[in-house]
Design a protein around this ligand. Structure first.
Ligand code: NDP
Ligand code: ZN
Length: 366
C-alpha cells in the first residue's frame, strides 16, 4: 500500500510507482498499466485516488478528436482522494486530508492570468493528463484513472469531511465548468436560463442555475430524461428533435449554456435569447465535426452576446466545491469498476448515462 511508503523516500527524489488504466491507441481498449510519476517535491502532495469521473473530454482526447496525441494515455481529470504524503514545505494540506484535483496540476503561478486566479489561461498550464509538464523535464502527464497522483499543493482543492466523497469527483470538471460561467453571468432570481444537453455537465448546470433562482429550461435529445430534468430543478423540458416543441419555445431567454459535444447550429439557440441575452458555449465537439456558426445567424441576432468558457481557476473551483457541498449539489453517479471503462465510453457516446460514470479505484486492486 502507498501509505506504507517511507516519507523520506519522497524527499530523496524517488519516482512514484503508479498503476492505472491506459489506452494505447485512438481505437484501442483500456488495459491495466504500470508507470511512474515525478517525485514528491517540496510543494507537492501525493494523493491516493479513491474516485475518478469520466468526462466526455476524456473520450474526445483519447480518440484524437481534438488532434493527435502521444500514447499510452491514462485519462481522468475529475479526481477525489486522500493525501498520503506531503513535501517538506507544504502548508495547505496534511496527511489524511481529502483532496480534489481537476484539469490542472500546475502552472507558472506568476503571470498576470495566474495572479488573477485564472491558471487555466497561463502559457505554462500543466494539464492533468496528455500534457507536457514543463516543470518536470517535459514528462508526459498521466491522469486520474489510477491509484495515485502527485500535484502541486496550490492545485489541490480541499474537500470537507462532511462531503459524500463518492460523488465529489465530477465537481472538479463538470461542476466548475458550469458553475463558473453561470455565476459570472450574474443570474438573478426569476431569470430564464436554458441548458442545452443533459449529460454530465448539463445536469450540474441545471442544479446551479436553479440554485441561483433561475427558471430553467432543458433542451435535450433524449426523451427518457424528461422527468429527471424536473427532478434536477428544471421547469421545462424541450425535446429538440420535436419540431413542434421547438417552435413553441418563447424567445425570451436571459442566458443559454450549451454543453453539446457534437455538431449543431449555434444560431438555433442564439435566436432564443432576448435582446442583450447571453449564450455561453462550453461543449467542445471534435475538430472533424465542429459546432456550426454562420456569420448571418450571428449578425441577425443583434445585440445578443456569444462567448465560451473553459473550466475555472483554482480559487473559483474551491468556491464551487464549498458552495456545492453546502447546498447539497452533487452529480448523479453511476459507479463502475476499472474493467468497465470501454463499456462506459460507449454509453456516454449514446447519451445513455445518468449522469456521470465514476470509477471506484478500489477496483484496481492495489
Ligand atoms: P456528456 O456526453 O455527458 O453530455 C452531453 C449531452 O449532450 C448528452 O448527454 C446529450 O444529452 C447531449 N447531446 C449529445 N449529442 C447531441 C446532439 N447531437 N445534439 C444535441 N444534444 C446532444 O458530455 P459532458 O457533459 O461530459 O461534456 C459535454 C461537452 O463539454 C464535451 O464536448 C466536453 O468535451 C466539453 N467540456 C468542456 C469543458 C470546458 O471547460 N469548456 C470542460 C468539460 C467538458 P441529451 O440526451 O440531453 O440530448
Ligand atoms: Zn472534463
Amino acid at each position: 500500500m502507498m501509505r506504507e511508503l517511507n516519507l523520506k523516500e519522497f524527499q530523496e527524489s524517488k519516482r512514484i510507482s503508479s498503476r492505472g488504466y491506459a489506452i494505447f491507441s485512438k481505437d484501442g481498449q483500456f488495459q491495466p498499466y504500470d508507470f511512474t510519476r515525478h517525485p514528491v517535491g517540496e510543494h507537492d502532495v501525493l494523493v491516493e485516488i479513491l474516485y475518478a469521473g469520466i468526462c466526455h473530454s476524456d473520450i474526445h482526447t483519447v480518440r484524437g478528436e481534438w488532434g493527435e496525441r502521444e500514447y499510452p494515455i491514462v485519462p481522468g481529470h475529475e479526481i477525489a482522494g486522500e493525501v498520503i504524503a506531503v513535501g517538506k514545505s507544504v502548508s495547505k494540506f496534511a496527511i489524511g486530508d481529502w483532496i480534489g484535483i481537476g484539469c490542472m496540476v500546475n502552472a507558472c503561478q506568476q503571470c498576470p492570468t495566474c495572479l488573477d486566479h485564472e491558471e487555466q489561461f497561463c502559457d505554462q498550464t500543466v494539464w492533468t493528463y496528455a500534457s507536457e509538464d514543463v516543470f518536470h523535464d517535459r514528462e508526459y502527464t498521466q491522469g486520474g484513472y489510477s491509484n495515485n497522483i502527485v500535484v502541486h499543493e496550490n492545485f489541490g482543492i480541499k474537500i470537507p469531511k462532511s462531503a459524500d466523497l463518492s460523488r465529489v469527483a465530477p465537481l472538479l470538471c463538470a461542476g466548475i465548468t458550469t458553475y463558473s460561467p453561470l455565476y459570472r453571468a450574474g443570474i438573478k432570481q426569476g431569470d430564464k436560463v436554458g441548458i442545452v444537453g443533459l449529460g454530465g455537465l448539463g445536469h450540474m448546470a441545471v442544479q446551479y442555475a436553479a440554485s441561483f433562482g433561475a427558471r430553467v429550461s432543458v433542451f435535450a435529445t433524449s426523451e427518457s430524461k424528461r422527468e429527471l430534468a424536473m427532478e434536477l430543478g428544471a421547469k421545462e423540458f424541450i425535446n429538440v428533435k420535436n419540431q413542434d416543441e421547438m417552435q413553441k419555445v418563447r424567445k425570451d431567454f436571459d442566458v443559454i449554456l450549451s454543453t453539446v459535444p457534437a455538431s449543431y447550429e449555434i444560431s438555433k439557440y442564439l435566436g432564443l435569447l432576448k435582446p442583450k441575452g447571453e449564450m455561453i458555449v462550453v461543449g467542445l465537439p471534435s475538430h472533424q465535426d465542429p459546432a456550426l456558426l454562420d456569420a448571418n445567424g450571428l449578425i441577425w441576432n443583434f445585440s445578443r452576446k456569444l462567448y465560451s468558457s473553459l473550466i475555472g481557476g483554482i480559487k473559483e473551483t474551491q468556491e464551487m466545491l464549498d458552495y456545492s457541498i453546502e447546498h447539497g449539489i452533487y452529480p448523479m453517479v453511476e459507479m463502475i469498476g476499472g474493467s468497465e471503462i470501454d463499456w462506459a465510453y460507449e454509453r456516454v457516446l449514446k447519451s445513455d448515462v445518468k449522469f456521470r460514470f465514476v470509477i471506484d479505484m478500489k477496483s484496481l486492486g492495489v
